[in-house]
Design a protein around this ligand. Structure first.
Ligand code: PLP
Length: 458
């Protein structure tokens, strides 16, 4: 395993999490063997009781009552005090959320280097639009890239004449660090202008050797745009961030960070941000600078030599100037209540201890894989000890994960996701099970029994 990789789930499961000085909490039967049972219990009690078994954090995790209250309080403040006054009053909360994100990502980042956005996909699209990629630039990608992100890259590649090339990967889709270091083939780092990949893909619970790849890219001078939509919250992203090789990050609120829908973020290292354009110029994020060289008229100017250009050319003879730093990504109008809820979720994560959360997630993932592998012929799609709580199950012949997913919900009240082949180039149909720390092994047991029943009565 590459340097900087998180510990394996198995290793974590062997060392139940505890804080020095606190007596060991009484283990609930459902949690025996999992680290941090008190954390699981606290996060369970912090949420509304649910009539379903929610095993779907990789799609959208359960929000806490505190997160919901932060959002409804904010909406009330908008109508009782004025929306812009409410925004001013929430400034500290919002900055606090950005500070937590900075700390989870990269030791070189502060709150000023992080901006809220609508989603990971929109943040990715903004960065790709803003990135300095001249015609002929080459972008290294992976087969596990999220389909929407690939489409964004393809659109810019077609428009601006870029080339997309696959980095070398192993059979499980993980980047082949040795091959990348050797630099053979079309994806030699010396030939690339940008590298981008999801640290944890949506369709499989694997973890890229991000720190090793980031170090190679740093040495080759190739900036990395890292998609942490599935990794932040369950992986120690700072291990890669500390290499200095990641120029920018995108992620989302609603998955492992337990925030609401409708919020995401991007972060850019401070020494890199001034190289980026304003991706969607508006009065919130850009200015206009007329050309200063004394020549009137522009490309469209039809007047004779020596006369002023036409009025339209006067309006176009100049350039867009991005606002300073991350302000160039300012959205203007945005669902502030969702951002406030996201910030509340980040505060809860920071208070719980991100390392303890990760430890429990890894152990839950490993325990779920052990319990579910082989049930009615379903097989797990990643190594049992992979340090994530994304568990994928490959169907036995004749079973469609989409049908099974619907029946698990309708007949047994278990929420999971069916992965389709359209999710990424390397995706295969699978059932995705993704518990968060508030889930219990009893819920995984319930799923195992439901899966056995549904699979045996097609
Ligand atoms: C969910 C996901 C995204 C997109 O996140 P949104 O907030 O829905 O745009 C991007 N990449 C990966 C790996 C994802 O799982």
């Amino acid at each position: 395993m590459a340097a900087g990789q998180p510990r394996t789930g198995a290793a974590v499961a062997d060392s139940p999490g505890k804080q020095p000085g606190t007596p060991p909490p009484a283990l609930r039967p459902a949690d025996t063997g999992l680290p941090a049972p008190e954390l699981g219990e606290a996060w369970r009690l912090a949420r509304e009781p649910a009539p379903i078994r929610h095993l779907d954090a990789a799609a959208a995790a359960r929000t806490s009552r505190t997160v919901i209250a932060a959002m409804t309080d904010y909406l009330l403040a908008e109508t009782t005090t004025g929306a812009y006054i409410a925004l001013e009053a929430a400034a500290e909360t919002l900055t606090g959320g950005r500070a937590v994100l900075a700390g989870l990502l990269d030791p070189a980042l502060t709150a000023a280097d992080v901006a809220y956005h609508h989603s990971a996909s929109d943040a990715f699209a903004a960065l790709v639009e803003a990135w300095p990629l001249p015609r002929g630039a080459r972008v290294g990608v992976v087969p596990s890239a999220f389909a929407s992100n690939l489409l964004t890259l393809q659109a810019r590649a077609v428009r601006d004449g870029l080339e997309l090339v696959d980095l070398p990967v192993l059979a499980d889709g993980l980047i082949d660090v040795d091959a990348l270091a050797r630099g053979d083939g079309p994806a030699a780092l010396s030939e690339l202008d940008l590298v981008t990949f999801p640290e944890v893909p949506s369709q499989r619970g694997t973890v890229q050797p991000t720190a090793a790849v980031a170090a190679l890219c740093r040495d080759a001078g190739v900036p990395v745009l890292l998609d942490v939509a599935q990794s932040l919250g369950q992986i120690d992203v700072t291990a890669a961030g500390a290499t200095g090789g990641i120029a920018a990050y995108v992620g989302t609120s609603r998955k492992w960070l337990c925030g609401p829908r409708g919020a995401g973020f991007l972060a850019v290292r401070p020494e890199f941000v001034d190289r980026l354009a304003a991706p969607s110029p508006s009065g919130y994020n850009s200015g206009w600078q007329p050309r200063q060289d004394g020549r009137a008229g522009g490309q469209g100017g039809a007047g004779p030599a020596g006369t002023a250009g036409t009025r339209p050319s006067a309006l176009t003879d100049g350039r867009i100037v991005p606002a300073a730093g991350m302000t160039r990504f300012h959205l203007g109008e945005a669902p502030v209540a969702a951002q406030v809820g996201f910030a509340a979720a980040l505060a809860e994560l920071a208070a719980a201890g991100p390392a303890l959360v990760r430890e429990r997630l890894h152990a839950l993932g490993a325990a779920a894989r052990r319990r579910l592998d082989g049930v009615a012929g379903w097989r797990i799609g990643e190594d049992v000890a992979t340090p994530t709580a994304i568990v994928t199950l490959l169907p036995p012949p004749g079973l469609d994960p989409a049908v099974v997913r619907s029946r698990l919900y309708a007949e047994h009240g278990v929420l999971t996701t069916a992965i389709g082949a359209d999710r990424a180039r390397d995706a295969v149909p699978a059932l995705r099970v993704s518990p968060h720390v508030y889930n219990t092994l009893a819920e995984v047991d319930h799923l195992a029994e439901a899966l056995a029943q549904v699979s045996r009565q097609p």
